[in-house]
Ligand binder design. Structure first.
Ligand SMILES: *Cc1c(COP(=O)(O)O)cnc(C)c1O
Length: 332
């Protein structure tokens, strides 16, 4: 299958806010949108998005995972960017409409249909650097994805960045384009200088998250991850994994984790560390790099607890174990 995120269904669901009301959502070509070159989003980054997945079960039915949580998060991003508000129901209908149109294209596990709702400010003005866009466009793109790890699952190398930050602290909760732009140079430097796969941002020595995934340290029966605050993205995969870990009797500690404690505990023989996010679910971390020094996490391999948690979440998504928390909604 093509590289993640490069293949799209030919149509998407779209609605536009004209300053007074939202247009009736419609399926339109996903080949292009038309924007004025002065559109607010192109200059002042009034853009936010979501990423969620729909899965095919053995009986052929299609189920979308935690759609309500993703819709609520896009509403929150919308509010924090002062974009025009929309009803959760409208976006839900758009997602279901798009999925219904392409239900036969939803891949079988380990593939899925990746769903990318996007909300952008379209007002034709370059005079609103300090004012919100009065108009906007909301659309739902679909992208079938295969096994994220078809090339094999190699534990990641993370560079610990204690000085810089991923984005402005007050923007951390917003899934917005500008935050990824702001993290790009540090990530490119980490790749070039120490062959790191990702940067683990640890502003003021406090372990936070990477450019697009949340971080967890696993020490025997305990998972340690940063408690929710407004400085970073509240991952739905993070929440799902922590919930399944609690269900399995693990201790979940949501608290501050310093870089010193991380390095000390991660280098214990049975320690594991992982990144969580919708695209890759749970990815093992094999190496931490701090001040030019490399630390192997546990034995450096894809550890058993990470494997077990990843499999537990996939089993719910794929309809192979009971959906105890009501995370799936049947589409068709
Ligand atoms: C999307 C994202 C995550 C993961 O969120 P999920 O809801 O689990 O996909 C974590 N961090 C950042 C910065 C993100 O953009």
């Amino acid at each position: 299958m093509a590289a993640f995120g490069t293949q799209f269904m030919p149509q998407m669901a779209l609605s536009q806010f004209d300053g007074r009301k939202w247009s009736a959502p419609a399926m339109v070509s996903s080949d292009h949108i038309s924007l004025h070159p002065g559109a607010h989003v192109l200059h002042y980054a009034s853009t936010c998005f979501e990423g969620l997945k729909a899965f095919r079960h053995d009986d052929g039915s299609v189920h979308v995972f935690r759609m309500d949580a993703n819709i609520a998060r896009l509403q929150q991003s919308t509010e924090l960017l002062a974009l025009p508000a929309f009803e959760a129901d409208m976006l839900e209908q758009m997602i279901l409409q798009a999925l219904a149109a392409f239900s036969s294209e939803v891949p079988e596990p380990p593939g899925a249909m990746y769903i990318r709702p996007t909300h952008i400010g379209t007002e034709e003005t370059i005079g609103k650097a300090a004012a919100p866009s009065a108009t906007s466009m909301l659309y739902v793109l679909l992208s079938p994805v295969g096994d994220y790890f078809s090339g094999g699952l190699k534990p990641l190398r993370l560079l610990l960045e204690e000085n810089g930050s991923r984005c402005a602290a007050h923007m951390g909760m917003v899934k917005s384009g500008g935050n990824y732009a702001s993290a790009l140079q540090p990530i490119m430097r980490a790749r070039a200088s120490v062959k790191a796969d990702q940067v683990l941002f640890c502003p003021n020595g406090d372990v936070q998250e990477t450019g697009a995934a949340n971080f967890m340290l696993i020490d025997d029966n305990e998972i340690i991850t940063k408690a929710l605050d407004s400085s970073f993205l509240h991952g739905i995969t993070r929440d799902s994994i922590l919930t399944l870990a609690r269900d399995a009797g693990m201790k979940v500690s949501e608290r501050e984790l310093s870089v010193d404690e991380l390095v000390e505990r991660a280098t214990k023989p049975h320690a594991e560390a992982a990144l969580s996010g919708t695209a890759a679910v749970l990815t093992p971390v094999g190496t931490l790099i701090r001040d030019g020094q490399e630390y192997q996490v546990g034995n450096g391999e894809f550890g058993p607890v990470t494997q077990q948690l990843r499999a537990a979440l996939n089993a719910v998504q794929w309809g192979q174990s009971e959906d105890r928390h009501g995370w799936l909604k049947r589409v068709c």
